[in-house]
Design a protein around this ligand. Sequence first.
Ligand code: FAD
Length: 471
Amino acid sequence: MSCHKANPSNVKVLIIGAGIGGLTMAALLEKAGINYLVFERAKEVKPLGSALSLGSNVMPIFQQLGILDEVLKSSKPFGFSTGYNEQREATRTLDYSPAEKIGGYLPHIISRSIFYDILVKLVPSEKILMSKKILSLLQNKEGVLIRCSDNKTYHGDILIGADGAYSAVRQSLYKELTRKGDLPRSDALPLPSNTTCLVGQTRPLDPEEFTHLKDWHSWFESTLGENKPYAWVTFSTKANTICWMILRHLDDKASRELDSSFRNSEWGPEAAEAMCKEVRDFPVARNNMTVGDLIDATPRELISKVMLEEKIFETWHAGRTCLLGDGKLPDNPSMEEIHKAFQLYKSERYPHAKAAFDTSHRMAGLVGQHWYNDVLRTVIKYLPKGFFTRSLQVMYHYRPQVSFLEPAKDLGQLKPAPQPSLFRARARKEEEFNKNHPRLVDTDASSLRADSISTTTTTKVGGSSVYGKTF
Ligand SMILES: Cc1cc2nc3c(=O)[nH]c(=O)nc-3n(C[C@H](O)[C@H](O)[C@H](O)COP(=O)(O)OP(=O)(O)OC[C@H]3O[C@@H](n4cnc5c(N)ncnc54)[C@H](O)[C@@H]3O)c2cc1C
C-alpha cells in the first residue's frame, strides 16, 4: 500500500485519550505526516473490556491503515445472533447474513484488548504519554494550552477530545460555551444512563470441552432474565475466549441515585465485586454453564463495571477543539480555517452518527426489560425479514475512507453513502494535477477524478462511540 505523506505540516495536534478513537486518529495523523501527541490518563494499558463488533463501515479504513488482514485473522464473523430464555431454550434469532452483500463483510467479533494491540502498534510509543490526565484547557487565537494532573502544560494548534463518554475536554469546552451563552440546552443536560454493565473476557478455554469454540464463526448469544432487570450476552472469539457482558437495567430512581464518581471512574474491577455476586447463578446457554463459571474463568482484575450512556451531543467543536474529526488544513491554520474544517466535519458526520445512534438504540431495546421491549421482541419476531435487513443497510451504508491514503476497494453491493470530504480532497488533487500537467488534462488526470473513487469518511466519535459498540 502506498502512503502519501502529502502534507507534512507545522500544525501540532494534541489528542486526549489513547482509547480506540484517539489511537485511530493518531494512526491517521502518523500516516499523514502531521505532528501530534497523545495524552492518556491511565498509568498503563490493561487488557480490559469484552468484545467489539466491527462492521463493514470500518473495514476500508483498516485496509488503508494496513491492518485489515490482521484484524480479519484475529476475529470471527457472525451471520446471526440467538436469544435464549432462562431454561436455555433458543427463543429468537436475528439474521445478520445480508450484511455481507450490503457492505462486503459480515460483522466480526474481536476481543477489545486484541484489537487495541493491533491499533497501538501503528503509533510510535514515544508519542503516547501515559499518566497524563488532562484537567483543563485554554484556547485563543494563538493556540490551545492543556494542563495535566502532574501540573505540566502543553501547547498545540488543535485539540482533539477522544477521552470517552465523560470527556474532560467536552466538559471544559461546554463550560466555556455556557459562559458565552453558546451551548444548546440539550447539551447541558446530564448524560442519560439507565444501564450498568459488568464486562470481562475468560482465559482461553479448551475447545475440546467447549466445542462451539471450534466453529469458524462467533456465537453471539443473549439470555433475557425472567422477573429480574438483567440480560446477559456472550461472544466466542478467535482466541478461544468467551467475551461476556451482564446488563442491569435501572429504573429512573436508581439511575438518578447512582454515585457520580462511579460514573466518571476509569474502567476497572473496583466497583465490580458486588455485581459479580448478584449475577453468579444466571444460566448461560452453553455447556450448562452459569455466569459464575464465566466470572471464575476471568482474571478478577480484568472484570469491569461501567455505565452505558446514550446520548448524541449537538456540539462537536468550538474554536480549536474538536471531539474527534478530520479536515484539510493549511500549514499554519487560522482560527477561522480550523473552525470551517470542523464545521464541514460535523455537517458530514452528524446524519450518519445520528442514524447509527438510533439503530443501536433500537438494537439495545431487544434486550430491554420494560413492557415495550416485550412488545418490540414480539413484533420483530413476526416482521418480514426485510425489515431487519433495512436496519443493516442503515448501519453499513456509511463506509469511510481517507483521502491521503491509497483508496480501498469497496466490496459492498450497496453503494457507500456519499462522502463530501473525500470528494473535495480528490477534486483538489485533480486541480493540482491539472495545474502541474496542463497537457495531460483530458487524459491521465481523469484517473484522479473525484467521482471515480468510492466515497465515505473517517471514524466518528462525536463524544462517545467509534466502532459498532458491543462489549
Ligand atoms: C478500558 C476500556 C474497555 C472498554 N471495553 C469495551 C468493550 O469491551 N466493548 C465495547 O463495545 N466498548 C468498550 N469500551 C468503550 C469503547 O472503547 C468506546 O465506547 C468506543 O470505542 C469509543 O472509544 P473512545 O476512544 O472514544 O473512548 P474510550 O475507549 O472510552 O477511550 C477513552 C480514553 O480516554 C482516556 N481518558 C479519559 N479521560 C481522560 C483525561 N481526562 N485525560 C486523559 N485521558 C483520559 C481513558 O482512559 C481512555 O483510554 C471500553 C473502553 C475502555 C476505556
